[in-house]
Design a protein around this ligand. Structure first.
Ligand code: G6P
Ligand code: MG
Length: 216
C-alpha cells in the first residue's frame, strides 16, 4: 500500500515549461546563444542557476560572466517568466490534475510538492490548488538538485511518509532518476518523451486512478 504522493510542478501540475522556455530563449538570444526545444528538454527539473550555466556552456560562454553578472541574468529571466504567468488560473491545470487531487484528499492520501521552482507557492496559489498540498519543499534548503533524490526524500518525509511508501510524479528524466534513487515508485507523465526508469508512464493524469495507485 502506498501512503503519500509527491508531485513535480512544472509539466505535471501545469504546463509552465513552455513559459520557462520562452524566457530562457529570450535571454539566450540576448547573449548570442541559440537554444531549441531539444536542448530545452535538458533544462526541465534543473534549478534556475544550473539552467543558466547549462545555457552558457551550450554557447561556449561559461567563463565570460562573474557570479554577480550571472545572478543578474537569472533575475532578468525570472522577471520575464513571472510576467508570462500573470494570467495563470485554474484553467491552466493540466488534464486530470484537479480530479486526482480531490480523490487523493478523499482517500486521506497526503500530497507534497518537490519542485526546483522558487515560484511554486505563487503558481499553486494562482492555480487554486495550494490547499491540497501538505508541504512544498523549499528549494533553497537543498544541497543538491535533481537527479539527486534529496528533494523527493524531503517531500515524502514532510508529509510523514517513508519514501518506499510514496509515489512520485514527474515529467522529466532527471526527476524520474531522483524518484527512483529515493526508493519511491515513479510515475512518468509525458506525451513526447520516453522516461527511462519510470515504473509507469502515462500521457496525462486522466489515465491515473488514486485507488489503483495506492494499492501498488
Ligand atoms: C523546475 C523547472 C525548471 C526550472 C526550475 C526552477 O524544475 O522544470 O525548468 O528552471 O523549476 O524554477 P524557478 O521558477 O525557480 O526559476
Ligand atoms: Mg517538471
Amino acid at each position: 500500500m502506498k501512503k503519500g504522493f509527491v508531485f513535480d510542478l512544472d509539466g505535471v501540475i501545469t504546463d509552465t515549461a513552455k513559459f520557462h522556455y520562452i524566457a530562457w530563449k529570450n535571454l539566450a538570444k540576448h547573449l548570442g546563444i541559440t537554444i531549441d526545444e531539444v536542448f530545452n528538454e535538458s533544462l526541465k527539473g534543473i534549478s534556475r542557476m544550473d539552467s543558466l550555466d547549462k545555457i552558457l556552456a551550450h554557447g561556449h560562454k561559461e567563463n565570460e560572466y562573474t557570479l554577480a553578472e550571472k545572478e543578474a541574468l537569472a533575475k532578468n529571466k525570472n522577471d520575464d517568466y513571472v510576467k508570462l504567468l500573470a494570467d495563470l488560473s485554474a484553467d491552466d491545470l493540466l488534464p486530470g490534475v484537479r480530479d486526482f487531487l480531490v480523490d487523493a484528499k478523499a482517500h486521506n492520501i497526503p500530497c507534497a510538492i518537490a519542485s526546483a521552482s522558487k515560484n511554486a507557492p505563487m503558481i499553486l496559489e494562482k492555480l487554486g490548488v495550494l490547499d491540497y498540498f501538505g508541504h512544498i519543499v523549499d528549494p533553497e534548503t537543498l544541497m543538491k538538485g535533481k537527479p539527486d533524490p534529496e528533494i523527493f526524500v524531503k517531500a515524502a518525509q514532510s508529509i510523514g511518509v517513508a519514501p518506499k511508501d510514496a509515489i512520485g510524479f514527474e515529467d522529466a528524466q532527471a526527476g524520474i532518476e531522483g524518484i527512483k534513487a529515493a526508493g519511491m515508485y515513479a510515475v512518468g507523465i509525458s506525451t513526447t518523451e520516453k522516461l527511462t526508469g519510470a515504473d509507469l508512464q502515462v500521457t496525462s493524469m486522466t489515465e491515473l486512478s488514486v485507488e489503483q495507485l495506492i494499492s501498488i
